[in-house]
Design a protein around this ligand. Structure first.
Ligand code: TNX
Length: 520
């Protein structure tokens, strides 16, 4: 089973046959047992509520937020938890333990996660995956006790939310979720213990917005959706008041679709070239006494955070945003890039809340040649110059799947499975012996395949030698392909596109021992 129980299992005598129908006494809301009933039905078990249920689910306020005690005995099964997520994880454990023949070993399981944030980031902007496909992934996450889907819903290549207020947004991008679908996905996730955090990336990565409403860039000039990955110059204008008014109306419409109390506002890779020659940005800086373009981005983020606050939400930002001294007070930071290590180190040392998504360790768009199962599992959270200890350790792990190069759901699933389960294990119980973990992972993947999910076959989990070199180089070349003539002027002057950068990146991936100086 993945993840391993992070507590203890006390074996008892006997094997218990699960009755059909399963009767449940439940102290919580219907939501807490809904996924259980659906999954049970798939294996031919009916379930119904009853005062003297075979399964009794009781509130135990003493337990930590997601912790549970599952006690399986002849007389019946007892689940104790303080919150709904604890109930969901207990019932998930139970379901995974029930064998083909509907029986389960008598035992008592005490379990709780080590990290509060156990996430998957899914980019549906570069390539779109429909609501049903997203739900399938959410179900696999829940079975691995992961609790956050970070849904990257807009980027240079597309905007994916129906907007009644600004319909050109979804009309321009063609592939999008209706508001009803979004509510449905968030509710489905909620029943599975998964919080859905939307990301509207800004002020950079916004051609999805600007292709529909170019008036919110500095030049106001027409632009199209990006056709390839990369970093683009065209970004939102941080000087014009009308940009903020637009974003306020837009967020007022979007925020209520998501029950989460967090909202990711991106903030990564925002080239400042256009701001530098924009009179409105210049005037805003003067008015606010701002002296750097990084701080102007900080000012922008603070304005957005104020809008979120009205909706009871706090912002998450990629760690690029820490280059600014002006920051939303209640933010959380998501660490992906070592390029911003100095401010990240300071932020972490000061006790700022953060999520670990190091691109060298947790990027699932990268092939196994770069991020193998074993390498992920053996990750030690080494941020080079960022010293941290238990007191300011991350909220948890989030594996990221970006989709510039991923066009079909089969490819998407192969990138995610089994590696998402490595992140789930690290976040729930931490690493132990790799061989032992790998055995469990192989069993787990058999179950995942039975559910019709595409997985990367075992032989490709940890590529070695020539094959590894080739696979990694091919991916890098595709990722950093030269822009088309049409797009050339739109691409940011960034070292990240150059061959030197690719070489540096690859050398970091192929560095088996120690760290590559260039990056720390
Ligand atoms: C960097 S990670 C990005 C994304 C790309 C990803 C590709 C981050 C905050 N920005 O825009 O998709 O690399 O791996």
């Amino acid at each position: 089973m993945i993840p391993r129980i992070n507590g203890n299992v006390q074996m008892r005598d006997g094997v218990i046959c699960i009755p059909n129908p399963i009767t449940i006494r439940n102290d919580f809301t219907e939501k807490a047992v809904h996924a259980f009933s659906e999954r049970a039905a798939e294996s031919g078990f009916q379930s119904e509520t009853a005062e003297n249920g075979f399964i009794s689910i009781v509130k135990n306020e003493v337990l930590e937020k997601e912790a549970y005690v599952l006690s399986i005995r002849k007389e019946g099964i007892r689940v104790e938890a303080s919150g709904e997520q604890g109930v969901i994880w207990a019932l998930t454990t139970l379901q995974k333990k029930i064998g083909q023949n509907g029986s389960v070993q008598a035992e008592t399981v005490t379990d709780a996660p080590r990290a509060v944030h156990r996430g998957l980031h899914l980019d549906v902007a570069r390539h779109f995956f429909d609501a049903g496909e997203v739900k399938r992934i959410i179900e696999q996450m829940s079975l691995a006790k992961m609790n956050v889907l970070h849904w990257h819903l807009s980027d240079d290549q597309g905007w994916r939310i129906e907007s009644k207020r600004f319909p050109k947004l979804h009309e321009t991008s063609a592939d999008y979720y209706t508001q009803e679908e979004i509510r449905d996905v968030a509710a489905y996730a909620g029943e599975r213990g998964v919080e859905v955090i939307p990301e509207i990336d800004m002020p950079g990565h916004t051609r999805g917005i600007l292709a529909a409403y170019p008036e919110y860039s500095c030049s106001g000039k027409k632009t199209g959706l990006a056709k390839a990955g990369g970093v683009y110059r065209r970004i939102l204008c941080a000087g014009a008041d009308k940009t903020y008014k637009f974003l306020e109306e837009l967020l007022d419409e979007i925020c209520p679709l998501f029950p989460s109390e967090r909202f990711h506002i991106g903030g990564d890779e925002a080239p400042k070239a256009e701001w530098k020659s924009c009179p409105a940005c210049g005037a805003k800086m003067k008015e606010q006494g701002i002296t750097s373009y990084e701080d102007l981005q900080g000012y922008f983020s603070v304005q957005i955070a104020e809008i979120l606050k009205k909706h009871g939400k706090r912002p998450i930002l990629w760690n690029d945003s820490l280059e600014s001294r002006i920051r939303p007070k209640d933010m959380q930071m998501q660490y992906w890039s070592v390029d911003y290590n100095k401010p990240s180190a300071e932020y972490i040392a000061q006790g700022g809340q953060w999520i670990y998504s190091d691109m060298f360790e947790l990027y699932l768009d990268y092939p196994h040649a770069m991020t193998s199962v074993k390498k992920m599992y053996e990750n030690q959270i080494d941020l080079g110059s960022c010293a941290y200890d238990a007191k300011n350790s991350p909220l948890g792990y989030e594996a990221c799947v970006w989709t510039e190069q991923i066009t079909t759901v089969e490819e998407l699933e192969k990138r995610i499975f089994p590696r998402m389960y490595v992140a789930a294990e690290l976040a729930w119980c931490g690493a132990g012996d790799y061989e032992e973990f790998e055995d469990r992972l192989r069993d787990e993947m058999k179950e995942t395949e039975k559910r019709g999910i595409s997985i990367t076959p075992y032989k490709d989990w940890n590529p070695e030698g020539q094959k590894r070199q080739q696979e990694a180089s091919a991916f890098m070349a595709a990722m950093h392909a030269k822009p088309s003539d049409e797009e050339k002027g739109e691409v940011a002057e960034s070292s990240e596109m150059g061959e030197d950068f690719q070489k540096k990146l690859l050398s970091r991936f192929f560095q088996e021992e120690g760290k590559c100086e260039a990056f720390y």
